[in-house]
Design a protein around this ligand. Sequence first.
Ligand code: CTP
Ligand code: CA
Length: 225
Amino acid sequence: LARGTAGPDLAGRHVVVSAGGTREPLDPVRFLGNRSSGKQGYALARTAAARGARVTLIEANTGLPDPAGVDVVRVGTAVQLREAVLKAAPDADVVVMAAAVADFRPETYATGKIKKKDGQDPEPIVLVRNPDILAEIAADRPRPEQLVVGFAAETDDVLANGRAKLARKGCDLLVVNEVGERKTFGSEENEAVVLGADGSETAVPYGPKEALADTVWDLVVHRLG
Ligand code: CTP
Ligand code: CA
């Protein structure tokens, strides 16, 4: 299908998309974060709405304006993102985890600003694991026919790592980006391979994030039957 010609093939469907990157607070002024811009997730939300879906966009720290006709839920941390996804998922036909979720968070939160002390080395930051939202949602589907889509950025052995991650997460589709030279965070373009649990492999050439989003929805529509 060419871009923009799909028509309302997601009409009557509810899709949940997460976007952006979680921030894990250390104290009232500091956090551990990542460079996800949220643009791919927003492109997924916009294109799904254009194809007729009811869209719940769960965004973490993107600073992007709300897309028209989309319900936006704002979260900060991975734990909050998990709560929001679990709340929106029960009546969703599709859940797409495009957000960059911090794998770890600081074990403790200092309610007052952490201060340096003269002549003393800094305290180490102890991290604990965050919940794996994608694996959880894929394992405990509120509806058996629900589709779950994940994202992965890999630097080496992209396809082999992507296949292993798809199996580990138990999702239906995994969009694998190769992180490299011109594929920088925050750009308007993307290039990816979409791996299917059925063994399918769909290459999406370097181009606008909307084109990748439309390919994801094409694959989803095909699987929704
Ligand atoms: N993800 C998630 N919860 C986490 C971590 C990741 O839901 N705590 C989701 C992301 O939204 C993405 C997918 O899992 O859709 C893959 O994220 P990625 O960081 O590539 O996977 P990890 O299992 O964390 O593997 P890695 O050790 O390579 O970071
Ligand atoms: Ca990770």
